[in-house]
Design a protein around this ligand. Structure first.
Ligand code: ZN
Length: 150
């Protein structure tokens, strides 16, 4: 990765950590799932409003490190307006990007989420980045209990 691109990516992560998007409790959420990454201490609660099979709204509460906060903030932005199937596909692409054996994740599909591609170089931080997505996966499967990355 070029240094200037890395700087840009870090700037996006810092921005989402300082000013998380959709950081609020959602009243009357259709889905609410808590996620916990004991490795780092990241905790979040994800709220979804679903109409038919479309994610109309997504928000979160919680506290975690910069990577986990930026990841869930970016995720709530990108899944809004997506169908459940499209969100599951994004989860697969994101998982492939952060943990995959090959570099051929779909950059076009992943869009802005590419700012988190750098975590694959830091195995200890991968769970910080994927916590939001594992929590989303549980919410989409309508598993209402808490999830843990361990
Ligand atoms: Zn973390």
């Amino acid at each position: 990765m070029f240094d200037d691109l890395r700087d840009l990516y870090q700037e996006v992560i810092f921005d989402h950590n300082r000013n998380p998007r959709n950081f609020r409790v959602m009243e009357n959420a259709d889905r609410k799932v808590e996620g916990f990454n004991p490795l780092c201490g990241d905790r979040l609660t994800l709220f979804l409003k679903i109409n038919g099979d479309v994610i109309e709204e997504a928000s979160f509460q919680g506290s975690g490190c910069a990577i986990s906060t930026a990841s869930v903030s970016l995720m709530t932005e990108i899944i809004k307006g997506k169908t459940e199937a499209e969100a599951e596909e994004l989860f697969k692409q994101f998982h492939e990007m952060t943990t995959g054996k090959d570099e051929h994740f779909n950059l076009e599909a992943i869009g802005k989420l590419a700012v988190l591609a750098g975590v694959r170089e830091y195995p200890a931080r991968v769970k910080c980045a994927t916590l939001a997505w594992h929590t989303l996966d549980a919410a989409l499967k309508n598993e209402q209990q808490s999830i843990s990355t361990e």
